[in-house]
Design a binder for this molecule. Structure first.
Ligand code: PLP
Length: 385
């Protein structure tokens, strides 16, 4: 099987190459002036006070949770329809992930089902803006306020997302973004933790680099050596200037990238509108969707093939596909350690069996998008019951 239309390709141009070369020639490769420039550009884009560049979104979620020092065994509510990262950070803090089923149509955590999972040990909620569609943050923030819970937004898919006119990352919660290779903008590996809280921001700066109070470039940069102090057992998850060199230029293209994806999403929506065997996801209310992923949910009862058979057939034609996601409670780790069952989260279980993601990125051409549409339509016709 030869994939000639990959599931994702980054858009890297000469300016990224030149910036990386400039960094390599500058003599300063780790966290330094380029990282600072990227952080400033990102906080301007989001409209938040502080942006702390890290080596991943996962690191950001972890710092956000760890900074609050919740007791072991306390509970954090999140969605099963996510990448393992979201709940891994809960487990790594020795806390307990409590999953709340998703709503059909958007595959977002269902805020109406959150309160029934709150116990005296619940400390936080980590909503995931799945595929780039925002969660209902009015409902989630209201529940959090009522029960005195922390909210950490997993915005790995949602750099451009707005809810109710507000940017994700600008709604009074700590928010973590991803610049992993397949994300809407990339630094190869990378993440950004944002907050308006001065004290937390200062704490994150220290936590990201071994718990010491000064960034390396301040210690050994042009101003010469100054002493540093260790304040805590910190992590090593700072972003390097090499990665930030990509981010600086990717950020300038973010709106142009989104416009192209919006056009392709409209093409996909039109292309699948009269195919009843395929459900496409819906958008709710006053939102701006980041369109990170385009998902097809097959109506399996109308087809003679299962999702994996369909996915295989797509790949046989040379088109790369993926699955976002097979829900956490169906993963062997959760089944073995938490005895989770498909019926515990019926909606997430149902979608886990029938979703696949098709290519959506600016480097594709309109002809590529039409090829994907034609292929899906042809395969649906082939497997129609
Ligand atoms: C929903 C979600 N959260 C968190 C992450 C982790 O991002 P990173 O790879 O930057 O740590 C991902 C990565 O794909 C993700 O999809």
């Amino acid at each position: 099987m030869k994939i000639d239309l990959p599931f994702h390709q980054s858009w890297i141009e000469e300016e990224e190459h030149l910036e990386v070369t400039d960094t390599l020639n500058s003599g300063w490769l780790t966290t330094g002036p380029k990282t600072k420039r990227f952080e400033e550009g990102f906080s301007d884009y989001i409209g938040c006070k502080h942006a702390i560049a890290l080596n991943s979104c996962t690191a950001g979620l972890n710092l956000a949770l760890e900074a609050h020092g919740f007791p072991e065994g306390d509970e954090v509510i999140t969605t099963p329809m996510t990448f393992p990262a979201t709940a891994n950070v809960i487990l790594l803090q020795k806390m307990k992930p409590v999953l709340v089923d998703i709503e059909p149509g958007t595959l977002l955590i269902n805020p109406k089902k959150i309160e029934e999972k709150i116990t005296p040990r619940t400390r936080a909620i980590i909503p995931v803006h799945f595929a780039g569609h925002p969660c209902d943050m009015n409902a989630i923030n209201e529940i959090a306020e009522k029960h005195n819970l922390l909210v950490i937004e997993d915005a790995a898919h949602a750099i451009e997302t707005k809810f109710d006119g507000k940017k994700v990352g600008n709604m009074d919660n700590i928010t973590s973004f991803s610049f992993y290779a397949n994300k809407n903008i990339t630094t190869g590996e990378g993440g950004m933790l944002v907050t308006d809280d001065d004290e937390l921001a200062a704490q994150f700066q220290v936590m990201r680099l071994q718990g010491i109070t000064r960034d390396a470039w301040k210690r050994y940069g042009k101003s010469g050596y100054t002493h540093w102090e260790q304040k805590m057992a910190g992590h090593k998850c700072n972003m390097s200037d090499i990665n930030a060199s990509l981010g600086i230029h990717q950020l300038k293209k973010i709106d142009a990238f989104l416009k192209i994806r919006q056009k392709y999403v409209a093409m996909y929506d039109r292309g699948f509108a009269d195919v009843p065997e395929v459900e496409t996801l819906v958008s709710h209310g006053d939102i701006e969707h980041a369109h990170h992923i385009y998902i097809l949910a097959l109506r399996l009862e109308q087809l003679t093939v299962d999702r994996d058979g369909f996915l295989e057939a797509m790949q046989e034609t040379g088109i790369g596909v993926a699955v976002h996601y097979i829900a956490l409670h169906l993963q062997p780790f959760y089944v073995e350690n938490f005895n989770t069952k498909p019926q515990d989260y019926p909606i997430a279980s149902n979608y886990s069996e029938r979703i696949l993601s098709i290519p959506l990125y600016p480097k594709m051409s309109e002809a590529d998008v039409n090829r994907v549409i034609d292929t899906v339509r042809t395969l649906v016709a082939k497997f129609r019951r």
